[in-house]
Design a protein around this ligand. Sequence first.
Ligand code: GLU
Length: 416
Amino acid sequence: MVISHQMTAFEEVNLLFDRSSDRLNLSNGLREMLRRPWRELQVQVPVRMDDGHIEVFTGYRVQHNGARGPYKGGVRYHPAVDLEEVRALASLMTWKTALVNLPYGGAKGAVQVDPALLSQPELNRLTRRYTLNIEHLIAPNRDIPAPDMGTNSQTMAWMMDAYGQLHGYTPAIVTGKPVELGGSLGREAATGRGVGYLLMEAAQDLEIDPQGARIVIQGFGNVGSWAARLLHDSGCRIVAVSGVRGGVYNEKGLDIPALVDHYRETRSVPGFSGGENITNAELLELDCEVLVPAAIGNVITAENAPRIKAKVVLEGANHPTTPEGDDIMTDRGIKVLPDILVNSGGVIVSYFEWTQNLQQFHWEEDRVNEELRKTIVRAYHEVRDRAASEGLTYRQAAFDIGVQRVAQVIELRGFL
Ligand code: GLU
């Protein structure tokens, strides 16, 4: 199939959704309802900068589908984010929460800003203004934001505080908060931990030995750095890692704790003495068993997919692969575990955080991690079994399970 290179991220996700709707025989009306966001808001976010001048940023909150529960999804701060990308990410949240069977719908928010260029007080003011401007759409039983690229637990603390000034103490309004403010133990590491659990569980089916396999991780933010740390602690060999400025490679395996220290000091991966510098493009094409793209979207495309040498790709990032890149990898026999399964650990533990907040009760970290493992492993088994019984790729199976669950709930609610 020839796919135009002009497709937006939302059109790409909808191509996967449409293929799934065909397999599931959904009616045209239902497809239309599931494809398009239920509600979307664009807001101005004016901020008084430290030097006194005013800058006006653009913010979004897209609520893609609320059939299975309150909308759920992160808030991204990125200079290149636009409405189509937020729609794509919101739609992925709908299928992700359904796939791992959390009682949530899907949403995403964003502000078009480079957070590295703002001071902490500027980011605090920006976050508060954004929160006030979307305040009428969110609530613990309506829509619950969380961190995503460019945001973190501090951002969530500011959001909770701004919301609380209007509504009183409401920790369940956001997840991914600092533990001191009602965040869950294990939430920060959860996405990376989920990647690790999945690799261990799927290794046998994928015919790889997790201890001997050469693992390559693109991205050293929250997902990539935690995945690297936890996999290294389990005795795995991480041969390459990269950040925005490039990466490092060591065939014998990188000393990840030393790399974490180097990154903390220099905010950069290249230059680490325990490996040779490589570019992000080179890293993706390294000879390895497992490749984990855990950075930005659209990094595996029609252009480089023919040269990917990994046996297995675990998508830690959201939407790292274009549909063309995906088709090429499938044709070449590369097994791809899709983003909505692989990176679901974050929203799974967000769900545990929200339930703890609603009950004003704290779980031990071991309980959080064990429940995370059970939830992501159950979802993996469902994906694997459906892929095997229906002759589908893991991505097709994951989409079919998610889309089918949302479609069923729409029927049950009877609101059509
Ligand atoms: N931003 C994360 C994701 O894309 C987490 C969302 C959440 O916890 O609500 O899945």
